[in-house]
Design a binder for this molecule. Structure first.
Ligand code: ZN
Length: 160
């Protein structure tokens, strides 16, 4: 990655952190899940609305944390609208691949590539992954409404 691209990505992350576009809480929510990243102290709560075909129609998040955790949640929310449950779970896999330094996203998901630089900072990977980890729980276990998921148990999966 060029120094120029790295600077650009850092700018996007800071901009999203300062002015997230998808902050808030949906009521009623079809899926709701809180997530916690103990290693940094990041916390988020995701709320999703889905239609009868299990397509995600809206996503919002509330949370506090570092710039990477918040920017990652905000960028994630952008790309989830209009995706089916299956597509969203595939994106989780692909995003975790990006964090391991694997393939970039193409076309409509290109905005997620700003998180690519995080792969060089192992301690930050969990920050970037928090929203996606929480999303996976929200999609797979819709009944865990009031519980927190911690991403400590996801460590082996994400960091090689
Ligand atoms: Zn963090």
């Amino acid at each position: 990655m060029s120094a120029h691209l790295r600077d650009l990505y850092q700018q996007v992350i800071l901009e999203r952190y300062k002015k997230p576009r998808n902050k808030g809480r949906l009521t009623p929510a079809d899926r709701q899940q809180r997530g916690h990243n103990p290693s940094c102290g990041d916390m988020i709560e995701l709320t999703l609305q889905m239609d009868a075909n299990q397509t995600i129609t809206d996503v919002k998040f509330e949370g506090e944390g570092c710039a990477i955790a918040i920017a990652s949640a905000d960028l994630m929310a952008d790309v989830l609208r209009g995706r089916s449950l299956t597509e969203a779970l595939a994106l989780v896999q692909q995003f975790q691949g990006l964090l391991r330094g694997e393939a970039e996203f193409a076309r409509e998901y290109r905005s997620l590539n700003v998180m690519q630089g995080v792969s060089r900072f192992p301690v930050r990977i969990k920050c970037a992954n928090l929203a996606w980890h929480t999303l996976r729980y929200a999609l797979e276990q819709p009944t865990t409404r009031d519980s927190f998921v911690s991403n400590e148990d996801d460590e082996a999966r994400v960091s090689l």
